[in-house]
Write a protein that binds this ligand. Structure first.
Ligand code: 1BN
Ligand code: ZN
Length: 346
């Protein structure tokens, strides 16, 4: 009857409005989202911090040896310098004799291995030689060879003595990258990487490499890393995302060019690869492969930018799921915080 309520009906009953069984999934989802957020916070607080001043000190020490063309006494000193900084690390030496148009030369790749818990390897590479044709000049390759080699030594400092929850990281100081003639001649260059790529193909290592990141000419105070059309697009995108995340996007990918560098033998063998190179060194690249390639053009901030972006890219690769094809996963799977919580983000 309208207007008359029984005593039972007049009491608002919570159980009628929201049944516990109905809200349970939302409560669980909310709790999982909170857990995922707190895990994210813990994750970033443990992020390594690249020491740019120390990297700059390494750079200056490398160039202080003078020109370091293959076969020279200075080259041997730089090899020993790198090895001395890796004392106590798991180091593989890949030494061989390269047959070049200028004769036979000893070539020495150095690999420092930092094991991770996840099955797979991320390789970070830099060449450390200077140009053989410039051997009798004052050419020291401060940006070209020394900057990235110093950067890798500092990355080794960041990886050393820490438990890696992601992929193993292998740092590769490769040798005999520079061309035996100037300007650049393709088959007369990249001796070190071609050798190690062949070796890793024969012994089965290559299949385990999830990404090959190359650093080259990364110290210019006016830092402009190119987007390289010879690199793997999704890996370049990931580097762009890492740069964005750190607020360094203005130094990345304003220009696109095709670069023939140490990543090419790995690209040719199907390894996802990317070259972080600033190929705009002075107006129209005037300092490249000249005695003008000196420390005064460089800045520790640039080393910090590239070093941090590489470390962030490693972290993103570690957390990337390469076992599930995103295209085959329905939207509800990759948008679900429960899957993010379980580490299954796409
Ligand atoms: C980079 C530094 N390279 C040599 N020294 C490789 C290269 C060669 C990059 C030609 C662009 C063009
Ligand atoms: Zn060069």
């Amino acid at each position: 009857m309208r207007g008359s309520y029984s005593r039972r009906d007049s009491r608002p009953r919570l159980s009628r409005l929201v049944k516990p069984a109905k809200i349970l999934p939302f409560v669980i989802l909310f709790a999982l989202t909170l857990c995922a957020e707190s895990l994210k916070a813990a994750d970033s607080s443990a992020a390594p911090s690249f020491n740019a001043d120390r990297a700059m000190k390494y750079l200056k020490e490398i160039v202080a040896f003078g020109p370091r063309p293959i076969g020279s006494a200075n080259h041997k000193k730089v090899e020993d310098y790198i090895l001395a900084h890796l004392k106590g690390d798991d180091v593989e030496s890949d030494a061989f004799i390269a047959d070049t148009p200028e004769g036979k030369f000893p070539v020495h790749n150095i690999i420092a291995k930092f094991p991770g818990t996840r099955d797979g390897i991320i390789v970070i590479a830099s060449h450390y030689d200077t140009n053989y044709p410039l051997r009798n000049t004052a050419y020291i390759g401060a940006n070209d060879g020394a900057s990235s080699s110093a950067l890798l030594l500092e990355i080794a400092n960041q990886l050393r003595g820490k438990k890696r929850e992601g992929y193993s990281v292998w740092l590769l100081w490769d040798d005999a990258e520079e061309s035996m003639r100037l300007p650049w001649v393709d088959p007369e260059s990249l001796y070190g990487v071609r050798h190690i790529a062949d070796k890793w193909q024969s012994d089965g290592t290559l299949k385990k490499i999830k990404a090959f990141l190359l650093a080259d000419m990364v110290g210019d105070a006016d830092l402009n890393i190119e987007r390289d059309s010879n690199s793997t697009p999704w890996l370049e995108d990931l580097i762009g995302q890492a740069a964005n995340k750190l607020g360094y996007q203005s130094h990345f990918f304003a220009r696109t060019m095709a670069v023939e560098d140490d990543h090419i033998p790995f690209m040719q063998r199907g390894v996802p690869s990317a070259d972080l190179i600033d190929f705009n060194y002075g107006y129209n690249d005037v300092f490249w492969h000249t005695t003008e390639d000196t420390v005064d053009k460089l800045s520790p901030k640039s080393l910090e930018i590239v070093g941090s972006v590489i470390l962030e890219t490693i972290r993103m690769l570690d957390n990337r799921n390469d076992r599930v094809d995103r295209a085959s996963a329905p939207t509800w799977v990759y948008l679900n915080p429960a899957f993010v919580f379980l580490g299954l983000h796409f």
